[in-house]
Design a protein around this ligand. Structure first.
Ligand code: ASP
Length: 438
């Protein structure tokens, strides 16, 4: 018998109907012994996530505004689930304790974590699994730094005492027992930590889509699912905006070689996407996927004999650093260098940065290109294959897209192009059609 860790996201545990699907999935395969859950998410698009309501509660308390109504909404959501599943986990008492802690000034992390805590209690009772709290097992140091080895050991020792268990996602504790959460979406990380600690055969991440698609379905309507992808390819795609899994969730399982399988709770027969160290691309697939972002600014710098000016790049990057603006890309030519920065970090700092570059580096020209988009075409299948860029650039030419920037790493796993924001969708569609359909 093997071990599978199954993590169910917010939409999979949003109400009793969804939890009935969870139960069916778990019971279908006896290897699914360790279950990690999020807090109940949205049931329909205008609905609220329980975690958001919990944060809202805390904000009310901090502003001395009554929070009873929101607290009641949260209580009602859990009670409805408990009632519809015909279980009894004594929610009233749990909520009294939470309320007392709130009145006593509990932290934001504590209140936010209660969604996962209660969700796990309910799921455990419904599945007939043990409830194992993450408090004391998922560990952080006094300064909030995650303690990997300590966590792995404690989780492994505790969980292996239980044949089958449900663990709340998203949080752990400081050494003094206070609650500390991961960043938003962090239950994915808990799932990965649990998988690593129990040496699972696979980490299943159940959500509301059937894995990763080769392109954003809002742009490419019929985008195909990715059946298998390597961690490295996934990292490139997620960095560029493809989001299904929390970025930090990859590391714990990757370190010990456990594959991740993204699955759809609403379509459990779909195989989803499998992420492994070495995904074997199908013979005919050149690319794994396409992803991108709008709203970058490119600062193009020209200085003749730039390569003779030692320390030029270091000083340039130092300027960005002093303004706390991270560098996204840096394509260069003989006497030119361009720095690509995301507008979200730039807010109002551009003029000062340009002025400082002018003053300290004295280039001949500085050109600013605003409203640029970056698009990454990713896939190990591109490496050492002739004609990939020719195909890509021809497709963009035929679609009437002007390529403003090109950046390809030596791994040949990723070609990044810069286009104007207005050409973003057209470019993605054109790349998809030429690689996936032809
Ligand atoms: N409930 C938390 C959030 O909404 C964590 C999670 O669902 O992974 O961010």
């Amino acid at each position: 018998m093997g071990i599978k860790v199954a993590k169910f996201g917010g939409s999979s545990v949003s109400d009793a109907i969804q939890l009935a699907k969870v139960k069916e999935i778990v019971e279908y395969d006896p290897d699914r012994r360790y279950i990690v859950v999020s807090a109940p998410g949205k049931r329909f698009s205008e609905d609220n996530k329980v975690t958001d309501l919990l944060y809202l509660c805390k904000a009310h308390i901090d502003h001395n505004v009554p929070y009873d109504q929101i607290f009641q909404v949260i209580y009602d959501r859990f009670v409805a689930i408990e009632y519809n599943l015909h279980i009894d986990v004594n929610l009233q008492q749990e909520f009294e304790v939470i309320n007392q802690n709130l009145k006593a000034g509990a932290s934001e992390d504590y209140i936010a974590s209660r969604g996962e805590y209660l969700s796990a209690m309910i799921t455990a009772a419904y599945l007939g699994y043990d409830f194992v709290d993450a408090a004391g097992l998922i560990q952080f140091d006094e300064r909030g730094k995650f303690l990997n080895e300590e966590t792995d050991k404690a989780l492994g020792q505790e969980l292996l005492k239980h044949e089958k268990a449900v663990i709340p996602g998203f949080y752990g504790t400081y050494p003094d027992g206070r609650t500390k959460t991961f960043s938003r979406g962090g239950s994915d990380i808990t799932g990965s930590l649990v998988a690593s600690a129990v040496k699972a055969d696979v980490y299943e991440n159940w959500t509301d889509v059937s894995g990763f698609l080769m392109a954003d379905p809002r742009i490419v309507k019929d985008a195909k699912p990715i059946s298998s992808i390597s961690y490295k390819e996934l990292r490139e795609l997620s960095y560029m905006g493809a989001s299904v899994l929390h970025e930090d969730a990859v590391y714990p399982v990757r370190a010990v070689g456990i594959p991740i399988n993204i699955r759809n709770t609403n379509e459990p027969k779909d195989p989803g996407t499998t992420i492994t160290a070495e995904a074997t691309p199908k013979e005919d697939t050149i690319i794994a996927g396409i992803a991108g972002h709008k709203d970058f600014t490119v600062i193009g710098i020209y200085k003749s004999m730039m390569n003779d000016d030692s320390g030029f790049v270091r000083r340039l990057l130092g300027i960005l650093d002093s303004y706390d603006v991270p560098l996204e890309h840096m394509p260069s030519g003989i006497d030119t260098i361009s720095i690509v920065v995301s507008d979200k970090y730039l807010n109002g700092k551009l003029d000062d940065i340009v002025e400082e570059i002018q003053r300290t580096l004295q280039p001949e020209t500085i050109d600013i290109f605003k409203k640029m988009a970056l698009i990454a075409t990713v896939g190990k299948g591109m490496a050492k294959r002739l004609g990939v860029s020719a195909k890509l650039f021809t497709a963009l030419f035929e679609a009437g897209v002007n390529i403003r920037m090109i950046d390809q790493g030596s791994s040949e796993m990723n070609i990044i192009i810069g286009v104007e924001n207005k050409d973003f969708e057209t470019a993605i569609e054109a790349i998809y059609r030429v690689f996936v359909e032809n």
